[in-house]
Design a protein around this ligand. Structure first.
Ligand SMILES: [Ca+2]
Ligand SMILES: [Ca+2]
Length: 595
């Protein structure tokens, strides 16, 4: 029986970057108040912010109830007033005060806390800025935008690999697994199968795996620990790296040891992790919806393996497999050539095929695996050359690193929509994959896009019924319609309207909307349904971002952005946008919503 090997290539050096803290601010010393006559005042040339004595008296009385005085600071762009409070209060209290203002003064259109915003979802893990594979426009998987909607909660991912090392950046992420290695020499832990899936090391002296194999002494790889970190390293813990599905959990199934691992052990692990029954092995306490197999060997798909994969899929598991590192057609690499798996090729930092990656018609999608020109994939590791030593981090390259990116995204999708079948997950990963920005022939449908895949997963939820919008009148013709978020705005009269999707406010005029009902006074109303834009990566720093129409363009890294509105194209540079994240390579993306 052929031994299968882990599919990682070389390691590089870990490095550090400054931490970015992310913490929500839960207090404010400001309110925003807009009066109902703001539109007509603007039309008459009366400056917003000039609050009448009568209104000031009502403000003062409302403030007294909360032990605060309110003073006008300035007007906002849409004619509302920013009020300074004499003391800071919690957002809960500020909302109560805003409600008090609205109750006391019927002229108030709305009042709300002037909340302090912070960049969302940017992990504070100090090495995140080195994880180009997560955020860069060319070779990355666009995961930060997915984290707004899914972080993998409730989904278990089986890492069918060398086992795991306890690691500070994996603490609490690893569930009970199993050691499937039946051969004590391969196991290297002095025993056969048992409940301890920890990795004792897979170092191999020269010639210990057969004549001339390996050619020279090899060090322990800690391969499964690296794969596990890519999928679900602890994130926003101020330590090390970020994981893709960081609220998912890892089920370690140990199948690879010194010299590799047997197909029979791997097949049992596939069955067990997905909730199947394996003789003489206790049932898995934690069933996995995603199985990651960053391993392979040459030859056709074994019947044993195919049967195990069929069984896992019948129990709802998504099976993700590395395509292999021999720069050959993956049709000759198993289990990448098995039916029903998602076979993953590797791209480098440029988004082109990694030199080593297998390719061909059995490949479904590509993901970052790193290459020697742009660097590898940084993840959790152990520092021991042979037996375990201290926690560390290291760059590895390989389709072994690409596969867990896809497994992590699959976990995000299943967390967002647990009803998806394995075939639906695969179809959505493919349909939302991003076009290759550099040559990658035989690399499947494209580079996996985590945010687009999660959006697609959410979009088809059978249990979600679209809500019917209601419409709120917001301005007469010539006025300004203002609201929160991005919404559809109707302009017209009676039942004749034209509509646009608008961010925040819009002039309610023929100039903006055209004239759907000539010679009739029109008005605007906005929809109760907010629209969520999706973002398409368009350029790396110092490139040119091009698109159709007038759109918002974001510039930044991770989830820290500045954004501006452009028509047609813009340079993606500090000169245009300023520098939201110094010392980090930034990129641009454009909104799906035209303005
Ligand atoms: Ca053992
Ligand atoms: Ca971390």
């Amino acid at each position: 029986m052929a031994a299968l090997a882990p599919l990682a290539a070389s390691a590089g050096q870990p490095s550090q970057a400054p931490a970015q803290a992310t913490q929500f601010v839960t207090q404010t010393d400001r309110l925003i108040v807009r009066y109902k006559d703001a539109d007509t005042n603007a039309a008459r040339g009366i400056a917003a912010g000039a609050i009448s004595t009568a209104r000031q008296a009502l403000l003062a009385r409302a403030g007294q109830t909360f032990g605060a005085t309110l003073s006008a600071l300035r007007a906002t762009v849409n004619g509302a007033n920013v009020l300074k409070l004499s003391r800071s209060m919690t957002l809960v209290e500020a909302k109560q005060l805003a409600a008090e203002l609205m109750a006391r003064d019927p002229d108030v259109q709305y009042a709300e806390p002037d909340r302090i915003m912070v960049p969302l979802a940017t992990p504070n893990d100090p090495s995140y800025s080195q994880q180009w594979d997560l955020f860069e426009a060319k070779g990355g998987i666009n995961v930060a935008a997915a984290w707004d909607k899914s972080t993998g909660s409730g989904v278990n991912v089986a890492v069918i690999d060398t086992g795991y090392r306890p690691h500070a950046d994996l603490a609490g992420q690893i569930l009970a697994g199993y050691d499937f290695i039946s051969d004590t020499t391969i196991a290297n832990d002095g025993s056969g199968r048992d409940t301890d899936a920890s990795d004792p090391g897979d170092w191999a002296p020269a010639g210990s795996c057969g004549a001339g194999v390996p050619a020279m002494d090899t060090l322990s790889s800690w391969h499964g620990t690296h794969v596990a970190g890519t999928i679900a390293a602890k994130t926003n813990n101020g330590v090390g790296v970020a994981g893709i599905a960081y609220n998912a959990r890892i089920v370690p199934a140990r199948v690879l040891g010194r010299c590799g691992g047997y197909t029979s052990d791997i097949a049992d692990a596939i069955a067990w992790a997905s909730g199947g029954t394996v003789a003489n092995v206790p049932a898995a306490p934690y069933k996995a919806r995603v199985l990651n197999l960053s391993l392979g060997g040459s030859g056709a798909c074994d019947t044993t393996t195919q049967n195990a994969i069929n069984g896992a899929r019948s129990r709802g598991a998504v099976v993700v497999v590395a395509a292999g590192n021999a720069n050959v057609d993956a049709g000759s690499t198993s289990p990448a050539n098995c039916a029903g798996v998602i076979a993953v090729a590797a791209v480098g930092r440029s988004g082109g095929k990694a030199s080593y990656s297998n390719y061909g018609s059995v490949v479904d999608v590509a993901a970052p695996g790193g290459d020697s020109s742009g660097g590898g994939i940084l993840s959790t590791l152990n520092g021991g050359n042979t037996t375990p030593a201290a926690d560390t981090y290291a760059y590895y390259q390989g389709t072994s690193m690409a596969a867990p990116h896809v497994a992590g995204v699959a976990a995000l999708m299943l967390s967002a929509n647990p009803n998806l079948t394995p075939d639906e997950v695969e179809a959505k990963l493919k349909s939302t994959a991003r076009a290759f920005p550099a040559a990658c022939s035989g690399c499947g449908a494209g580079i996996v896009d985590a945010a687009a895949a999660v959006n697609a997963a959410l979009g088809t939820s059978a249990t979600t019924t679209p809500s019917t919008p209601t419409w709120t009148a917001c301005a007469s013709e010539g006025g300004t319609c203002s609201f929160s978020g991005i919404r559809e705005v109707r302009y017209g009269s009676g039942t004749t309207f034209v509509s646009k999707t608008v961010n925040g406010s819009v002039a309610c005029t023929n100039a903006v909307f055209g004239d759907p009902t000539p010679n009739v006074v029109k008005s605007c109303s906005y929809s109760s349904v907010t629209v969520t834009p999706t973002w398409t990566a368009c350029a790396d720093e110092n490139g040119t971002c091009a698109f159709s129409g007038t759109r918002e363009v974001r510039y930044g890294a991770g989830a820290t952005y500045v954004s501006r509105v452009f028509t047609g194209s813009t340079a993606c540079s500090n000169a245009v946008f300023g520098d939201p994240v110094p010392n980090v390579v930034k990129a641009c993306s454009y909104s799906s919503i035209t303005q």
